[in-house]
Ligand binder design. Sequence first.
Ligand code: NDP
Length: 290
Amino acid sequence: MTIKIDGKALADEIVQRVANDVSIFKQEHSIAPGLAVVLIGEDSASAVYVRNKVRRAEQAGLRSIEHYLSADATQQELEDLIDDLNKDHLVHGILVQLPLPAHLSENRVIEAISPVKDVDGFHPENVGRLVAGQAALTPCTPLGCMIMLKRLLPDLSGKHAVVLGRSNIVGKPMANLLLQANCTVTVVHSRTQNIESLCRTADILVAAVGQPLLVKESWVKPQAVVIDVGINSVLVEGKRKLVGDVDYNTVFSKVSAITPVPGGVGPMTIACLMQNTLKAAQFQLGMSLA
Ligand code: NDP
């Protein structure tokens, strides 16, 4: 029988565990781990993500601080704010909600964040540490995917994992985490030939392409585990609906386990942000990152 992986329930469990550890942290250090969230402009999807993150931070007992800059904020204004947050001892994690308005440089912003407060794990120092197999702040979405996978398959050794997508925030770190877990990893992208047959060889298929319902039943190996990272808003009979990159209904009965959209990877991403904020705070106050 196919397992529908309940990302919401697992995320609740993680946030509860973080909340317990946060209360110990508060007793030991007399402060709560602080997460600063920076939103630039008025993108409505980004505003929803920020609200969800702030709500979860409160549930985890973290102190969240929101900073809103107007859509025409300059690169210098944004970097000055990051500089202040880097120096603020009450702020342990900094998250700048992406994407940024087109006139701002994402790379410069990511590099401006102190690596020890980089709870998104996008800073080149954390990326390098991840690739080298060293303790690091790891990007939240792939981290959430790994937690779900390890729950299902405690030993991933020798599995063939195919990662669809090679973005810096999902595909590449996902491939590195799977490699570290001793999977044999294939990364496919828009220039790959024979995508469908490559995907069909996967014991573990992680789809992160942003193409609604791209992965069909014929793309998956029987009994594969499928993690659907995609979040795509589509019109169905005049109504907006969220769907993944995987055609869930046709794929479901062929695989051993699959994440739904919504309710799969999305809640895990936010839970891992809470976990990373606690980890960053613990590190800044003397504990190891491992
Ligand atoms: P990007 O657009 O940055 O990257 C998409 C990747 O998919 C690229 O590597 C691209 O290839 C590849 N790709 C696009 N179309 C195809 C295709 N037809 N066949 C094969 N490869 C293709 O997206 P992200 O990685 O940021 O996000 C991917 C999806 O995950 C989106 O739906 C996003 O909304 C969702 N997401 C969900 C999160 C969550 O918490 N659940 C968090 C982050 C993202 P190339 O490099 O060649 O262009």
